[in-house]
Ligand binder design. Structure first.
Ligand code: SF4
Ligand code: SF4
Length: 373
């Protein structure tokens, strides 16, 4: 295993991190723990979850996994998050999390998913920073971190405040262009950096032909995508949301095979990244809240991904995906009344309303797709 120092904390975390958001069967605790153990025994020591993953069930499973690690004397770090902003609410959350994990302190505690700079200002007004500092002074959390899907100058501005020890943000071979400015702040403030969605929510392995600019001879697509991340010296760990032991083994093999790219090779990769890969939905589901018409937005945006990734003449990739993968009628997209809630929540800043309109409109669909079967 490759270990890297998390910012200035002195903690050495594994370059491969375990994300607790994608367990295949969250109620099958034995299976979940087996998956965690396979990672831990392979040297993974960074385990990241959140109270919202499977409605706290992921944290509960992590607690059981940690008990097993302790029994086997396997070292591990805990990382989790809170959406709460007031002192009372944060304290209640932390106490519940410590209980679930059965540990005295959370190693890396994140202010979860800062959605905009306004959102950050509002959380600060509620006293989030002071509370995190108090919790750290009391020994209940060890490092103050933040997670965000902000892009461009906004992520840089957030991190340049210099109040965090580390950041968790979405970064992968398909969206790296929109996240480069984060690295300016990470370097300047000497922050720890963990990246999530390293495989683009599954898009990269599902479309290897689109991402072959990443691959060197003999390199599989998953390994190539992870290697690309580890080629960034600022990135301490890439979090993979493992579903199965096999996926863990594949990622562990990628660590073993890792050979850093030269600068010239890195430039070639960046040059090879097609601009059309930007704006792809990562399936993070953050937009799946409060739609007044219950539109299954992530599924529709996943279908739209197919247009970006698989738009071959004479085919209807959106319609095919909706029909055969999601069993959805494209007309449902037409019930959108453009209230904007989902766009505000979208971590990839996707123009959801416009895409839904395009999906729903038979005229637009017919004009761009010769045969809408
Ligand atoms: S913009 Fe449309 S899809 Fe999004 S929440 Fe509002 S009605 Fe639903
Ligand atoms: S549309 Fe945006 S928020 Fe919704 S799943 Fe896709 S990337 Fe996530």
């Amino acid at each position: 295993m490759l270990y890297r120092e998390y910012g200035q904390t002195g903690e050495k975390i594994s370059a491969l991190g375990f994300g607790g958001m994608r367990f295949a069967h969250i109620d099958d605790h034995d299976e979940c723990i087996r998956t965690m153990l396979a990672a831990a025994e392979g040297g993974v020591n960074y385990f990241d979850t959140a109270p919202g993953y499977f409605e706290t069930k992921s944290e509960t499973v992590f607690g059981k996994g940690f008990a097993e690690f302790r029994r086997r004397k396997i070292p591990f770090y805990t990382a989790t998050k809170t959406f709460a902003t007031t002192e009372d609410a944060i304290r209640r959350e932390v106490e519940a999390q410590l209980k679930r994990f059965d540990i005295p302190a959370i190693d890396f505690y994140h202010m979860w998913c800062i959605t905009s700079l306004d959102n950050w200002q509002s959380r600060k007004k509620d006293g989030i920073l002071q509370t995190f500092r108090k919790l750290k002074a009391e020994g209940l959390i060890r490092h103050i971190c933040v997670s965000s899907h902000l892009i461009g100058d906004e992520i840089k501005e957030l991190l340049m405040e210099g109040v965090f020890e580390g950041v968790l943000f979405g970064y992968s071979a398909y969206n790296f262009k929109t996240r480069q400015k984060a690295f300016d702040a990470i370097r300047e403030k000497k922050l720890g950096a963990v990246v999530m969605n390293p495989l683009g929510g599954g898009v990269i392995p599902q479309h290897p032909e689109r991402f072959n600019f990443l691959q060197r001879p003999g390199e599989g697509i998953v390994a190539a995508a992870l290697h690309f991340l580890w080629d960034h010296p600022e990135i301490n760990a890439a979090l993979v949301g493992f579903q199965t032991v096999e996926q863990v083994q594949e990622a562990l093999a990628a660590v073993e095979d890792y050979k850093p790219r030269t600068e010239a090779e890195m430039e070639a990769v960046k040059a090879g990244a097609n601009a059309s890969l930007e704006g792809i939905c990562t399936g993070c589901n953050y937009c799946d809240v409060d739609c007044p018409h219950d539109i299954p937005i992530p599924q529709f945006m996943d279908a739209y991904n197919q247009k970006i990734l698989n738009n071959k003449a004479g085919e209807d990739p959106i319609g095919e995906r909706l029909r055969w993968h999601w069993n959805l009628d494209r007309s449902v997209a037409g019930t959108c009344t453009a209230c904007g809630r989902c766009e505000k929540a979208c971590t990839q800043h996707i123009a959801i309303i416009k895409r839904l309109k395009e999906i729903a409109s038979p005229v637009a669909a017919a004009s761009e797709m010769p045969a809408d079967k």
